[in-house]
Each structure stands twice: as structure tokens, then as C-alpha cells.
Design a protein around this ligand. Structure first.
Ligand SMILES: C[S@@+](CC[C@H](N)C(=O)[O-])C[C@H]1O[C@@H](n2cnc3c(N)ncnc32)[C@H](O)[C@@H]1O
Length: 235
């Protein structure tokens, strides 16, 4: 097969679910610097989490769920990918952590009670939703008054409208990208007060660390690649 035909075949578009099925085994190791830069900023936003009821929506391989459970939170972790969930479940089992895992497609179903949670995390999930407001309204209902919702998503100013989901694996799955104004509007319409916006860039410490591993993050130094919204339910 000639190289460009081979390339096109490899870049065949797949569904989001299929993309995560294929990505699941490498997900934890593919983006270590991005994950570290994001998590360092997110945990301080959460405050005390021991004993809190936390919902991790689109939990993937349990990047947040596992740490939250270790810190004493009561965690419910939801994802539609069996393969991503299985990795999270194995981690929980190996570390003897009790987490309530659920396999749910959040586009069709939101099986949670009114005001059930103190904190809801929506990390790197909203980019898969055409209308983030749809999910945010449901999230708001299941959060107690005064509860916190943290949203992290690819920065709207990051280049590319449709992002290749896993270019290293030759996968491509459509991601939606809203403007900051659209996110703010959806947040307000869902009875949240926007408390903070963080534009996440790679800090110097991580750039140096990546360099030691032979990865050059300098081109990504000046532009934020993620945006994080901290919101509080006020109505
Ligand atoms: C980029 S990963 C983020 C995983 C995790 N939150 C993290 O930050 O590492 C997005 C996750 O959302 C899940 N997902 C995408 N669309 C979904 C849907 N409609 N319902 C439930 N989960 C979904 C995917 O299976 C995947 O695990």
C-alpha cells in the first residue's frame, strides 16, 4: 500500500466509543504532562473532599476517581466505555478502593437523584457534546445547593476545530469546540455561578521535566491548551 493511502486508512474516522476502546490501554501514559499540569491546578480547587459525595462524569481510566477515593471521598464514576471503565475498576480493586462504577451513555441517560452530590467533575468530557448546556442542566439538578462543579476542556483558542482524538494511534473522532462565551452562557443558564476560569499552560517545571524525557513542550509554552471552569450551584 502506498504511504498516503495507508495514512488515510489509518486515519479512518471512528465513533467516540470505538476511539476510547482502542485508546484505553495507552490512555494513562499518552499525555502525562498534560494530565500533570491539569491535575496540579484542579485539586486545590476542590477544598476538603474527605466524606464528600463526588460524581466523576466520563471518568475514563479513573484518573481522578482513584485519587479522590484514596483521599476519602465517596466516589461515583461513570463512563460509556467498557474498556476505559475496566481499567479504572482494576485500579480500584488493586488498591482496595470502594468506588461506585456505572456504565452509562450520558447522551441518553443521567441516572442520578436530585441534589445527590457535593462535587461533580466533568474532566475532558464536554468536548464530546455538541451542546454542553444539555449536560450542565442535568449536572446542576444532581448537585446540592452550594455544590461545586469543575469542568476541564480543550481550550477554545487551541488550534484546530476538529481535533484528532488520538493521532498517535491514527484515530480521528470529532470533538466539538465551543467559545468561552458559549461555555459561560451554558454555565449561567444551568444555575451556576462561575467562580474561576483557569487557562492552563505548561509550567516551566513540567517543560524541564519533559525535556529530560526527550519531549519538547516549548511550542506549547505560550498558548493555553486547556481551560478549567470552577462553578458553584446557586439556585
Ligand atoms: C478524554 S477522556 C477523559 C477521561 C477522564 N475524565 C480524564 O480526565 O482522564 C473522555 C471520557 O469520556 C467518555 N465519554 C465520551 N462520551 C461519553 C458519553 N456520551 N457518555 C459517557 N462517557 C462518555 C469516554 O469514554 C472517555 O473515557
Amino acid at each position: 500500500m502506498c504511504a498516503d493511502v495507508e495514512e488515510k486508512t489509518r486515519m479512518k474516522k471512528v465513533s467516540i466509543k470505538e476511539a476510547y476502546k482502542r485508546w484505553s490501554n495507552n490512555y494513562d501514559t499518552d499525555l502525562p504532562y498534560l494530565f500533570e499540569a491539569e491535575m496540579n491546578r484542579v485539586f486545590p480547587l476542590l477544598g476538603e473532599i474527605r466524606g464528600k459525595n463526588i460524581l466523576d462524569l466520563g471518568c475514563g481510566t479513573g484518573r481522578y476517581s482513584i485519587l479522590l477515593a484514596k483521599k476519602g471521598a465517596n466516589v461515583t464514576a461513570v463512563d460509556f466505555s467498557r474498556e476505559m471503565l475496566n481499567i479504572a475498576k482494576n485500579k480500584a480493586k488493586n488498591q482496595r478502593l470502594k468506588i461506585n462504577f456505572k456504565q452509562v451513555d450520558l447522551k441518553n441517560n443521567f441516572p442520578f437523584k436530585k441534589e445527590e452530590f457535593d462535587i461533580i467533575l466533568v474532566m475532558l468530557l464536554l468536548g464530546h457534546f455538541k451542546h454542553p448546556g444539555y449536560l450542565l442542566k442535568k449536572i446542576s439538578k444532581s448537585l446540592r445547593l452550594g455544590g461545586i462543579c469543575i469542568i476541564s476542556t480543550f481550550h477554545p483558542k487551541k488550534s484546530g476545530g476538529k481535533l484528532a482524538l488520538v493521532p498517535s494511534l491514527g484515530l480521528d473522532a470529532t470533538k466539538y469546540k465551543q467559545s468561552i462565551g458559549e461555555y459561560k452562557h451554558a454555565i449561567k443558564k444551568s444555575n451556576f455561578l462561575l467562580k474561576k476560569i483557569l487557562n492552563i499552560k505548561f509550567p516551566k517545571k513540567i517543560i524541564i521535566k519533559a525535556k529530560k524525557d526527550g519531549i519538547n513542550l516549548n511550542p506549547f509554552r505560550s498558548k493555553p491548551f486547556l481551560i478549567i471552569f470552577k462553578t458553584r450551584k446557586i439556585r
